[in-house]
Design a protein around this ligand. Structure first.
Ligand code: ADP
Length: 319
């Protein structure tokens, strides 16, 4: 393989730049040319493609976002859209593609692979919602952003003796909420994977108050529903004063943590190795600190799961 392309697609995540850098440098190290495809699949169809050099990825390892931008494209989900993309790949002489993104992006990668263009997927999403890898790029950074925010809310919570609900991202996955809740000693962690009875949540809050707790923190994953609705429900059924904070897009930004930079560098380098070996339709990941790769179709068919033991532990620690 003499020429490959790299693109970032779907929701951006801190550490994507470190992954782009690793792909570009590793490929050039092995005498492979790299083309950056801007704005994901949308840019691919439009031929928004530029050659990248060693210097193109200088000074980006510590930056959030993605220097080649991201996009969502409905057109690319169609056969005609994918054919348009393939025409551009042919025009630029690109023989293989590395796609950094979430599960939607991997569906696109699978389609291109089926049509004869070898693709390798790198999991980049703050949600940690992809099977076959212990962590996705961006999860650790988002988690640390959440922790910093909750620590601040905790200060004001203590001053006013209130119950605070912190709504965090994660789409349908509860990983960000679970890890943040455990790391911050939350009273309750509400995630879509486990049904936490409302009465039980109220019971725990009341118990805490009775033994003199100065504040309560509830971490709620967006997949469960609106933090504001939950807060209203608590106020309607108890005498607990409640405040809600929706952290929103701050969770997507910021300089990637060391863990995310190292993960992104390892996965980026490994993805290039797989293309060099002639692999296609694979997703790279990390499991038990070892680099692994899986068939993309198999990964997409697997439901996301959370660590039930960790969830149980969080409950036992918030008695
Ligand atoms: P993420 O990759 O973060 O999960 P999306 O689900 O929005 O984000 O997917 C990103 C993009 O991947 C979509 O906008 C679309 O262009 C492409 N994509 C998603 N699903 C498919 C599909 N079934 N076939 C082809 N391309 C797809």
């Amino acid at each position: 393989m003499k020429r490959i392309g790299v693109l970032t697609s779907g929701g951006d995540a801190p550490g994507m730049n470190a992954a782009i850098r690793a792909v570009v440098r590793k490929a050039i190290y092995h005498d492979i040319e790299v083309y950056g495809i801007k704005y994901g699949y949308q840019g691919l169809m439009e031929g928004n493609i530029e050659k990248m050099e060693i210097g193109s990825v200088g000074d980006i390892i510590h930056r959030g976002g993605t220097i080649i931008y991201s996009a969502r494209s409905e057109e690319f989900k169609t056969d005609a859209g994918q054919e348009k993309g393939i025409e551009q790949l042919k025009k630029f002489g690109i023989e293989g593609l590395i796609i950094i993104g979430g599960d939607g992006s991997f569906r696109g990668a699978q389609k291109l692979t089926e049509k004869g263009y070898p693709c390798i997927g790198i999991p980049g999403t703050i949600d940690n919602d992809i099977a076959g890898t212990d962590f996705t790029i961006g999860f650790d950074t988002a988690l640390n952003t959440i922790i910093e925010a909750i620590d601040k809310v905790r200060d004001t919570a203590t001053s006013h003796k209130r119950t605070y609900i912190i709504e965090v991202m994660g789409r349908d996955a509860g990983d960000l909420a679970l890890w943040a809740g455990l790391a911050d000693g939350a009273e309750s962690i509400l995630i879509p994977e486990v049904k936490d009875e409302f009465d039980e949540v109220i019971e725990r809050l009341k118990r805490g108050h009775e033994r003199g707790k100065k504040h309560s923190i509830i971490v709620l994953a967006e997949g469960v529903g609106s933090g504001f609705d939950y807060g209203k429900r608590i106020e309607e059924t108890s005498d607990l004063e409640t405040r809600v904070t929706v952290l929103g897009y701050i969770q997507r930004g910021g300089s990637p943590t060391a863990s995310d930079r190292v993960l992104a560098s390892r996965l980026g380098g490994y993805a290039v190795d797989l293309l060099r070996k002639g692999e296609a339709g694979r997703m790279v990941g990390i499991q038990n600190n070892k680099l692994v790769n899986h068939d993309i179709l198999e990964i997409l068919a697997q439901p996301h799961t959370i660590d039930k033991d960790m969830y149980q532990l969080s409950k036992e620690l918030s008695i």
